[in-house]
Design a protein around this ligand. Structure first.
Ligand code: APR
Ligand code: ZN
Ligand code: ZN
Length: 362
């Protein structure tokens, strides 16, 4: 059997997205068909639309999603029809060197659904964004991309853990190892940085310093647990962070912008034994220039964070519990809920200073 559903498709480089009818097959072995309830609009969706990731048009966009499993294919035992799930980018194999050494985030054999969804009008195969494609009433994924969480969470909030918010919380807690009493500085307080702030606060950081060039982002950061806010348009970020940490620098600095100057600030704003966590994604032509003596002379660690070093089956249910207990304000990230045909408008609003996330609710 197949399913005809409405979905948001990017048909060509830079062209506005369109609402299309797509054909979704029933799940094959190891796959799950998911009825999508909510999906956040992420910068990566826009990058796909602009052809910045690859040329495999048409793309089925959307990857920050939660929904309910409708049916599963042969051999699927971890999730069952009726389960409320958050989707992650790729199922891991559990058998490669990375998986066996306890680093499944770097699995060599990650996979998505093998069967293809197609455009009803032309029969063309769709490339689902990040192997998900969730700006659709239903989508097909590998069963290992589904993590069951508590049904009482709102789908709009839960879906955010599938990408940006997990990346930010995980950058602070999993990659940065933020713990009780630490001082943390977060440079860039968009969706990802704001999540790093919420994560640092959850982990018991004593000081959480938010740095941004936009005062509206700093206001939201304070609501999510920032103890100090620095507008780096007006003040030197490194000096301000040093001053707020007794002259030492922060134990953990999270960079969530992705530019050479903010990478540089992060490098110099850490305590000598501190950790820099790079989560902002640079473009291929960007370079970071540092005196080698500074690299040699400073201890600590320089780390990049991929998907918040998350383990979905460990982290998604835990963060949903914290949300349901009122300890993690996921709702604060949802600036607006929109309909499926408003994704293009959400792309336009993406760079408004007052949008953390637009979330499609189905
Ligand atoms: N200094 C400080 N903050 C800055 C600077 C700067 N020079 N330039 C931009 N910013 C702030 C913006 O004001 C904004 O609040 O960085 C924030 C970026 O936020 P978003 O555009 O919402 O991006 P976000 O989704 O949070 O992602 C941030 O992480 O995962 C990566 O690809 C993602 O590189 C991107 C980064
Ligand atoms: Zn994303
Ligand atoms: Zn593996």
């Amino acid at each position: 059997m197949t399913h005809q559903v409405r979905a948001v498709v990017a048909r060509g480089k830079g062209a506005p997205v369109s609402l299309e009818t797509i054909i979704v097959p029933d799940p094959g072995p190891g796959e799950a068909l998911v009825k999508i309830e909510a999906c956040g609009v992420c910068h990566t969706d826009l990058h796909y639309r602009e052809g910045g990731i690859n040329d495999d048009f048409p793309f089925l966009l959307g990857h920050e999603a939660a929904g309910v499993v409708e049916s599963v294919g042969e051999g699927v035992t971890d999730v069952a029809p009726g389960d409320f799930v958050i989707l992650n980018w790729r199922a891991v194999c559990g058998q490669c060197r990375a998986c066996l050494r306890g680093r499944p985030q770097y699995c060599f054999n990650t996979h998505n659904a093998k069967q293809k969804m197609t455009l009803a009008s032309t029969g063309e195969e769709l490339s689902p964004a990040l192997g998900i494609g969730a700006f659709a009433e239903k989508t097909l994924v590998a069963a290992g991309q589904c993590t069951k969480v508590d049904r009482s969470a709102s789908a709009a909030a839960a879906g955010l853990l599938g990408c940006g918010v997990m990346a930010g919380i995980g950058a602070a807690i999993n990659t940065g190892g933020v713990g009780r009493g630490d001082s943390v500085a977060v440079i860039g307080c968009g969706g990802v940085g704001a999540a790093a702030i919420a994560g640092s606060s959850l982990a018991g950081a004593a000081k959480v310093i938010a740095v941004d060039i936009d005062d509206r982002k700093l206001e939201t950061a304070k609501k999510l647990g920032a103890t100090h806010a620095v507008n780096s348009k007006a003040t030197d970020a490194v000096e301000a962070i040093r001053e707020l940490t007794g002259g030492f620098g922060a134990d953990v600095v999270v960079e969530a912008v992705g530019r050479p100057e903010t990478y540089q600030q992060a490098f110099y704003a850490r305590d000598l034994a501190g950790t820099v966590v790079l989560v902002g994604v640079p473009t291929p032509e960007m370079k970071l220039e540092l005196p080698l003596l500074d690299v040699f002379g400073r201890g600590g660690a320089l780390k990049s964070s991929w998907y918040g070093d998350c383990l979905p089956s460990r982290d998604f249910p835990m963060l949903i519990d914290l949300y349901l207990q009122g300890r993690l304000d996921l709702d604060a990230f949802v600036t607006e809920t929109i309909a499926l045909d408003e994704v293009e408008k959400a792309f336009e609003r993406m760079h408004d200073g007052d949008v953390l996330r637009s979330v499609v609710v189905l």
